[in-house]
Design a protein around this ligand. Sequence first.
Ligand code: SIN
Ligand code: MN
Length: 293
Amino acid sequence: MQLTPEQRQQFDRDGYLFFPSLFSPDEIRVLQDAVPALYERREVYNVREKGSDAVRINFAAHLVSEPFARLARHPRMVRPVMDLFGEPVYMHQFKINGKMAFEGDVWQWHQDYGTWLNDDLMPTERAMNVAIFLDDVNAFNGPLMFIPGSHRKGVVEANHDLTTTSYPLWTVSNELIAQLVERAGGKDGGIVSPQGPAGSMILFHSCLLHASSSNLSPWNRVSVYLSLCAVSNHIRRFKRPEYIAHRDFRPIECLPDDCLQVAYPVEVPWKAGLPASALVTSSDPIDAVRRAA
Ligand code: SIN
Ligand code: MN
């Protein structure tokens, strides 16, 4: 899938692109069917909501489950990002966010690049999120909210919030969010919220400010996020464990377009369990770690 010049312009202006129903219901079913077995595992890569057994985030399913390993190499998700960066990309992070019916908690306002810079020492913002809906997303089940054009602000000030939810996040103050929303049009388009059927895809810039509210509806809102980073922009520190911030900087090689329906062989090295190495962390930059080795 190649982006048109109009789509590139739109991306530069707004910081995101929305592709409703890009994947068919048959393709999505393959992924939906694989989620319960992943969520029921008692592994550190399943982060549960505060005080609840509901999964908030499942990390690294592309190393555990064949359908997700194929999705991680899907040309409809990966090629547009390679095109925009003009170079190969690697998988920095792979998440299946639950946002389960009645239990899914908020995501505070943040930029993903803030976390990737502060925690992982990713040198620049040449990384991108590509989300795919595994459930229909509507106004009631906690859809993503964006401030259009906010990516053009670059990295903004953030504070490490360790308490609001079960997952630490570098979050942005209400004052700054109010200013940015006003600048983006206030009540007239200052916040947008792409909604649509399962199978819809969103591509968004790593500096785009985003958030989502809790899910008080009876409908799950499971979504998969591929965070793709330009290979030359790989992270420089392993402060977070490998199941959260990956260390395999090899370029992704795409599979054919029908890879959700045809079982092309893929490696799933963590299928039998997480290796001990996936939990090792260091607060030193990787050059220092390599010099010491
Ligand atoms: C995220 O920002 O990483 C997730 C937001 C959401 O799933 O609502
Ligand atoms: Mn985010």
